[in-house]
Every structure is written in C-alpha cells, then in structure tokens.
Design a protein around this ligand. Structure first.
Ligand code: GLN
Ligand code: ZN
Length: 766
C-alpha cells in the first residue's frame, strides 16, 4: 500500500506559542519546566493533528527550541570549546550557543555561534563549529527522547535526523574555519550508534535528511557521502532509512543515490519534476521512492488531478508497496493553517494550502491511489473548480498588466545615457562634496513609533493622527541629519514595519495574511506577503512622505524604494507563471514610482536589492539564467529614471565576489554595500575587479550597539581609497538604522561625517 508521509511540521505553534514562551523564558518570566511543558504541548498537538490528517509516517525530532542544525551538532557533541561544556548540555548552555551570553558575576561574555541562511529559504541555521581536538560522541539522544514521547501518546513516529554529510558540510572547522568533511567516517559511527538506539527504542523508520546533496559537489565529496551512507545503511539491522533530498534537481547523481543501501529515497519533484521519469527509466530495483509532490515551499493548492497521475505512474513502475507520497520538503517553510485567515477574498482563500491543508492533499492522493479516483471525487472536484477559477479573468488577472509586460522593449532596460555621461549631469545638478555622506534609509524605530502604529492598527488613532505622528518623526529625523551634516538625507521609513510588507500592502495582486507566520530563526517569525495575481501600482506609494521630507531641507532627499527582486524573494510567489514574469510586473510598478518621484523633483532615488544573492539557485548551472532576469528586473525599474536622476541601490550580507559581474550590470549610479563586518573581504574583491560606478562600502556595522570612533572610520576610509578612486567613493553605514537607538546613531553618524570631512581635507591638501 502506498504510504502517506510527512517530512517535518511547523514548530512554533498555532498562536506562535513557542515564540512567546521562549522570549518569556529568556526574560526570566517563565521557568524551564514551563517552557518544556509548552514545547511538549506543541509536539503533541502536531502529532495528533498529523495522525488525524491520515499520515502514515509522522515525523518526530522535527521540533527544536531554536534550530535543528544546532540540535544535530549538540547531539554529536560538536560544541565549541569556549562554552566550556563537557558533560551534558543544559537548556541555558544551548541558548548560550544560539544567542550568546552576556557575562557578569565573573563570567566572560560569550559570543553566539554564527547564523546563516538555510539553502535558498528565509530560514536561518546556526553554523556548527567542529574542534579537531574533540572526538564525536552521542552526547544527546533527543531523537530517541522525542520518539518515546510520541510513542507514549500512542503515535509511532519516524524520527528525522540531519544526516552526517550535511551536518559537516554546513559547518566548519572551529580553528581554521576550513572544511571538515574528512571527519565523516568518524561521524558516521555516531550515527550507527544513534540508529541502533532508535531501533532499540522501537523505531522502524528513520528519515535522514541530506539537503547538501542538492549542492554542486565534487566527486570526492560525493564519494565520501556514499561511503558513509553505505556504512550506516549496512551496519544497522532492522531500521529502514529514508534518505531525503530536497530543494534542487539532483538528476546528475540520481543513479548513485538509488544504488545506496537505503529503504527509501525522497525526491523534490516540485523543483525537479523530470526526476520521476528518470528514475522509472532506470528499470532497476532500488529503494522505495518518496514522491515530494506537494509544494513545501509555497502556499498554493496542489493540482490533485495531475499529481495523482504521477502517483499512478510511479505505482505502475515500482509497485504500490514501493511508493510514498509526501510534501517536497519539510513544511517548516509554510504557515500553519489557511483556515485561520478570515480577511482574504474568497477566490484567494480558496486557492491557498498551508501546512494543514498540504497534509490533507497528501492524504487525499494516498486515498486516491489506494481506492481509485472515485474515492476522492469530492476533493478532486473542489480542486478543479478552484484551479478553473484561477484561470478565469477576474481576481487573478489584469489584462492591462499582461499587455504591458508583453510589450516591453529592449530600450526600457537601459538608462537614457551610459554612466560616464550621466555622471557629469548628476554632479552638476547635485553639487555634492567629494566623499558624500548618506545613510541607507531607515532611522530608529523607537517604542514610540511602534506604539503609534499599534494604536493605529487597533483603531485607537485615526488615519490623520497617525500620519501626523509619522510627519513628526520625519521632522525630527531631518533636523538630526542636518545637524550632523550629512549630505544626502532620507525621510527615515517610519511608515514601514518591513521593507517588503509595506510595498506588498500597497500593490494590487498582493495580499497580506493575519496568521501566516513562518519561522525565520529562533523565536523570530516573518509573515511574507502573498502575490496571487497580476501586480500593478494603484497609486503613488512613497511620494507624499518623500516630498514632505524634501520640503524641510535644501539638501537632496533620497526617495527610498524596495527593488522588484527583493519584493519577490521575500514573498510567497504565484506558481502559475514563471518567477521572472511576476518580477517584471513588480519592476514596472516600481518604475512607475521612480517616474512619479522624479517628476515631483526628487533628484536621487534608491532601489534596495539586498536579496540579489539569496535568490541564486543552488546549482551553478541554474545561476546564469536567474542572474540575467534578476538584473533585467532591476534595470527595468531603474531605467524609468532620466540621466539627471541619480539611482542608488543597496545590498547586504553576501559574498559579492560570486555576483559582482551581475552587480556591475545593474548599472546603478551608486551602490551602498555592507562591508564593516567583512570590509577586508569586500576590498579584496574590489581590488581584483574594478567597480566602474560610484560605491559606498559600509564604514560601520549597524548590527552592533558599539559606536565606532572617528579615528576608526578614518582609517577604514583610507583603506578604501587604496582600491577605490576618491571620485567614486561614498561614505555610509552598512545598512538601515531601524534596529538601533538614537543614543548610538547620533554619535556614530557624527563620527562618520567628521571622518569623511577629515579625509576630504587631506585629499584637497595633497
Ligand atoms: N532601506 C532599508 C533600510 O534602511 C534597507 C534595509 C535592508 O537592506 N535590509 O532599512
Ligand atoms: Zn542592508
């Protein structure tokens, strides 16, 4: 019989209970027992829910207090020396690793372990650090504990463990920072031991996640993985391993994976639908196939008709006992339950499938496969009707938008003149000093600002009162910037909770949800907007606030926009047309905004694209196509500007070396980049490859409360001038200042402006 299977479930709880309880625990408002009870209750609800939804294989150990990669590192005893842990890891120890610990009482400050993005998702994991002097050991048996906890509730689960290959690949050597894959044979023995313990506890299946198989791998790494997997597969008597891959097309290594001694192989058929035919064409027996066909990365209803066809095809080829039906990856990346949303239009509501709905889809497909299409006639009809409605003109489609995209001409992707000629025109108009100083856009979002917003949302402030509050903030921010002596000013972005959500809320084709939370890291959750239909701008979005700010000063005020790619990458995107097409629609909306700002006299416009790097596909072969349309989308939005209008962009926290060519092709007049946390690295990249236009590598780290001294910034500017020409250098912080306090921002910017002035003087004298 086919198996209905799930790979992982959202762990924050229906009302974000875990988030709330964690934060109260960190504040000392609840004790460990209360936190443990809240966690156990979430796990219990999740298991029962999955059971009642008809899942045959229900995951356990997919819960985490902070991050599942950190859990796996702790499990095998990979704990950085600085935490001084030798025996067992207590909950305070665990959080110290995840979040750092402030010293006191004779204890040192402990910096947190580094955090970085989980593949191409917006989830962030803790980067494991492996000390070479510390042998691996099974330090913590969380997978066994959670298996037994579920068993006590009468639920037989399939423990999920992050596989040893991915655990090592995601981490680095604690001392050298280098790769650690050579320790795989040693680590594999710990997994042999873990599987033995799971079997003794009564587990029959284990899900071994190896998402790093979705990356470009050299032959040696792939070989190391195979050896370890064989060792684990052959040494375990009686427990079946489901080897899970997801997020990319692994077609080039499918044969090798299918020959491993594992009981099941999971494939992401949403990202790589052709893998099924490829597997069928092998005509060899191999592991059971887990068909990852319900999209675990997006929020749309599945096409049950089509997917049931795939299931039937797989059953025909492999036999029903060798087929599993599953979401494409863990459901960690989608919100919990679409039924909680009450404010959506019925057409959109009807198209949504969050985690709970996705389980029902998996269950329906399994039922259809077992008992025939008639057995799920109701589900199929509902699905067909919803999909049909989506194709009809109406809520989802806007012919004018589609015509506009179809009518795009190459000239629309080019500024009217090349940079060399724009430069002089802009200099004449703006009359900025050398090494102009500016900020990235946002200024402190104080408790005051947040309170006014909350009151407005609760209906306790009316629109005009709230607007007056925003204007008061703008006035204050402008006067501070004038006093500090910055050259290019900003309005401060007080009206935005979030740079994407704000634009999403003002564009047609977008909707925002009430409860659509997704874990970003630890207790932090985000609520991505949903792009359901053709996108266009109903009316100007930023014009009023920008013009108001400009009316208060003689200096230029930058118009601040979020770029089309970033809006795309931080939203749930419609799946009935290619991503580039949606991105071009957004680009046209931003282009309209650029034109309106320009027509109203704004001379500088910044289009932020912090996510250019993060949207990059995992496999190198897929990257050039993405970069092409990504750069084009930015250009389409920016090329609405005349030669005299200066277009800025901003990017942060990525390895620019990989994408510098694309960044250059974006052809912004000025780019500001994060650099203070890794300034030397960026300068190295820029010394090897000339950046043609103007550029502001950040001169201080805004993620730290530390105020940099003038001398420090001065020295950094001097370093920058070794690889950049004075005519092209701008002076700015790393990123927006919204998370900082005024007490930090004012002295830091003052030092920055003083340092810039000092270097100007030095340049004039030399
Ligand atoms: N303009 C935005 C800000 O200052 C940029 C934020 C970002 O790069 N993530 O907040
Ligand atoms: Zn930034």
């Amino acid at each position: 019989m086919v198996i209905a299977s799930n790979l992982g479930f959202p762990r924050i709880g229906p009302g974000r209970e875990l988030k709330r309880c964690l934060e109260r625990y960190w504040f000392g408002e609840v004790n460990e027992a209360e936190l443990q009870a809240a966690a156990a209750s979430i796990r219990r609800q999740n298991w029962l829910l999955q059971k009642s939804a008809g899942m045959d294989h229900i995951p356990s150990n997919d819960f985490s207090f902070y991050d599942h990669v950190l859990d796996a590192a702790v499990m095998v005893g990979a704990i950085p020396e600085r935490f001084g842990i030798t025996e067992s890891v207590t909950l305070p120890d665990y959080f110290a690793m995840a979040r750092g610990r402030v010293g006191g009482g004779g204890r040192r400050d402990l910096p947190a372990m580094e955090m970085t993005k989980w593949f191409d998702t917006n989830y962030h994991y803790i980067v494991p650090e492996f000390s070479s002097g510390r042998p691996f050991q099974l330090l913590d048996d969380k997978p066994v504990r959670e298996f037994l906890e579920a068993a006590a509730l009468g639920i037989h689960t399939r423990p999920v463990i992050l596989g040893p290959f991915s655990l090592l690949m995601l981490g680095r050597d604690a001392e050298s920072g280098g790769p650690v894959l050579h320790r795989l044979p040693e680590l594999a023995e710990v997994y042999v031991e873990l599987l033995r313990r799971l079997r003794d506890a009564g587990a029959t299946w284990v899900q071994m996640d190896e998402p790093c198989l979705s990356l470009d791998l050299d032959d040696a790494s792939m070989g190391a993985f195979e050896t370890a997997c064989r060792r684990i597969g052959e040494r375990n008597s009686g427990i079946e391993i489901l080897l899970t891959t997801y997020f990319a097309d692994i077609g080039d290594r499918l044969d090798r994976l299918a020959d491993l001694p594992v009981a099941g192989l999971h494939l992401d058929l949403v990202r790589a639908p052709h893998l099924l035919e490829k597997l069928i064409a092998r005509k060899r027996t191999g592991p059971a196939v887990s068909l990852g066909i319900v999209d675990g990365r997006n929020v749309w209803r599945a096409d049950l008709h089509r997917l049931l066809g795939w299931v039937e095809r797989a059953i025909g080829a492999f036999g029903a006992e060798r087929v599993m039906i599953a979401p494409s990856c863990s459901l960690l990346h989608v919100p919990l339950d679409a039924r909680l949303e009450t404010g959506l239009s019925p057409e959109v509501q009807n198209m949504l499938a969050f985690a709970v709905q996705k389980l029902h889809e998996v269950a329906a497909l399994a039922k259809g496969a077992r008992f025939g299409r008639k057995a799920i006639a109701g589900e199929l009809d509902t699905c067909t009707a919803a999909l049909e409605q989506r194709r009809q003109p109406g809520a989802f489609h806007d012919p004018a938008v589609r015509e506009r995209v179809a009518a795009l001409k190459p000239a629309m992707f080019h500024r009217p003149l090349p940079y060399d000629q724009r430069r002089g025109l802009q200099a004449q108009r703006l009359r900025l000093p050398r090494l102009p100083t500016t900020t990235i856009g946002s200024f402190p979002q104080t408790p005051d600002v947040r309170k006014a917003r909350a009151q407005y949302l609760a209906g306790r402030l009316d629109g005009s009162q709230y607007e007056e509050h925003i204007r008061e903030q703008i006035r204050h921010t402008l006067s501070v910037q004038e006093q500090i002596g910055l050259d290019v000013l900003v309005h401060g972005e007080y009206e935005r909770t979030d740079m994407v959500e704000y634009f999403g809320a003002h564009l047609a084709g977008f909707t925002t949800t009430q409860f659509g939370w997704v874990q970003s890291y630890g207790s932090r959750c985000v609520k991505p907007p949903i792009i359901f239909g053709d996108v266009h701008r109903r009316q100007p979005i930023t014009l009023d606030h920008t013009l108001y700010a400009q009316s208060l000063t003689q200096k230029p005020v930058k118009g601040m926009l979020t770029g089309p790619l970033t809006i795309l990458n931080w939203s749930f995107v419609r799946d009935d047309q290619p991503r580039w097409e949606t991105c071009f629609q957004i680009a046209l909306a931003i282009r309209d905004e650029v034109k309106d700002l320009q027509a109203a006299g704004i001379s500088i416009i910044q289009i932020d694209e912090p996510t250019l790097r993060e949207g990059l596909p995992l496999r190198k072969a897929d990257q050039p196509a993405y970069l092409r349309w990504a750069v084009d989308a930015f250009r389409l939005s920016a090329a609405g500007a005349s030669a005299q209008t200066q277009v800025h962009t901003h990017m942060c926290y990525c390895n620019y070396g990989e994408i510098l060519d694309a960044v250059i092709e974006m052809d912004a007049d000025v780019i500001s980049l994060e650099a203070a946390r890794s300034s030397m690295e960026l300068l190295k990249v820029l010394s090897e490859r000339r950046y043609p236009n103007e550029i502001g590598p950040g001169v201080y780290d805004i993620h730290s409360p530390r105020v940099p001294s003038e001398a420090e910034i001065h020295a950094l500017i001097r370093e920058m001038l070794k690889v950049l020409r004075p005519e092209q250098l701008w002076i700015n912080p790393d990123c927006g200042l919204k998370t900082r306090r005024w007490e930090e921002v004012i002295p830091a910017l003052t030092h920055m402006v003083q340092a810039a002035k000092r270097v100007r003087g030095e340049l004039a004298a030399s």
